[in-house]
Design a protein around this ligand. Structure first.
Ligand code: ASP
Length: 329
């Protein structure tokens, strides 16, 4: 039978973790092939290839590494795969998905998944999530949807998804728009139409640094004042409420925004920054006048990835266009 080709890679994370010795903490040990063996039903739907590209907790993934995974995934499509599925740790799943989505220039789906329970734990969710992710990766209607995250029977847009619970099974949500699709009775069902995406070229530079700071009550300005001296080429601040800073942080912004791009996002976890509501010093109107860009719906971590990629391909001037796209993040 002529089955469609699906490529799977595993990078590590809880989905591939087990204790080496009883009573010890879990670490990545389970290969991609073993994960695949846990969903034998897939064999009748697709010709599946699987590779173990890493055994890392996702906190230790980095942009260079993700670029190499992206190359691998693009190669799979060039070799005829109808979709690619990547398993990784959930701690940075939202960031990796955003990173890939901003660079994924294929119509074929790239789907990310993981697990909240480790491989040997009772009720492990890894096999179910992997099977769902493969279903999404194989579905014709997943084409032209960029990178998506599949967890707990839900499909989330890379730009919208967040890990919003540290250990709960239902840890992923898309606060500003909800899931973009669901898996019910094994069927992939989309709730929203596919949307126009703006894909960036691969970064030419990868050694630049973009800082992310969070505004907190009564915070000192020591780190802020040293941002330029430390060599950062971009700054994202997770601001209060609708994207606000204290008066002291605001004064420090002038000199920084003069030299490098500064994005102010909201630290709230959902909702957008404002543009034209608050008139106080450190409010969004003032910050925009001082040269900062407001992140809109982009959460601070995703705004940092966007800025890092834009700087990497020397497209900083496009920042406003990327941040303007409503709900995209
Ligand atoms: N707790 C994490 C996970 O869910 C560990 C990691 O991100 O690697 O996979």
């Amino acid at each position: 039978m002529n089955l469609p080709k699906l490529a799977i890679a595993s990078l590590g994370g809880t989905v591939s973790m087990q204790a080496r010795t009883a009573g010890e903490g879990v670490v990545p040990t389970v290969s991609g092939a073993t994960l695949l063996a846990s969903i034998p039903e897939l064999r009748s739907h697709a010709h599946v290839t699987v590779e173990t590209l890493g055994m890392l907790p996702s906190a230790s993934l980095d942009f260079e590494y993700l670029l190499s995974v992206l190359c691998w995934a693009k190669y799979q499509i060039e070799q005829g795969a109808v979709g690619v599925v990547i398993t990784q740790g959930t701690d940075t799943l939202e960031e990796a998905a955003t990173f890939f989505d901003l660079l994924w220039d294929h119509d074929e789906p790239l789907v990310l998944t993981g697990a909240m329970r480790s491989a040997a734990q009772a009720g492990a969710d890894g096999p179910g999530n992997l099977l769902d992710a493969c279903r999404v990766g194989l579905a014709e209607k997943s084409r032209r949807r960029g990178v998506q995250v599949v967890m707990s029977g839900q499909i989330h847009l890379a730009q919208a998804v967040r890990k919003s619970d540290s250990m709960g099974l239902q840890a992923f949500s898309s606060p500003n728009m909800g899931p973009t699709g669901l898996l019910t009775e094994g069927a992939v069902r989309y709730l929203h139409p596919a949307r126009q995406r703006n894909v960036l070229p691969s970064p030419k530079h990868t050694t630049h640094k973009v800082a992310l700071l969070q505004a907190t009550l009564s915070a000192d300005t020591l780190l802020l004042e040293n941002i330029l001296a430390l060599g950062y080429e971009g700054l994202v601040i997770a601001g209060f409420g609708a994207g606000h800073l204290s008066e002291t942080w605001t004064e420090a912004i002038d000199a920084i925004a003069d030299k490098i791009p500064v994005i102010v996002a909201t630290r709230c976890g959902s909702g957008s920054t404002a543009r034209s509501t608050y008139g106080f010093k450190g409010g969004e109107i003032d910050l925009i006048q001082r040269g900062a860009s407001m992140a809109g719906f982009a959460c601070p971590r995703k705004a940092r990835i966007l800025l890092w990629l834009l700087i990497g391909c020397q497209r900083q001037d496009d920042l406003a266009r990327y941040l303007k796209e409503d709900i995209r993040f």
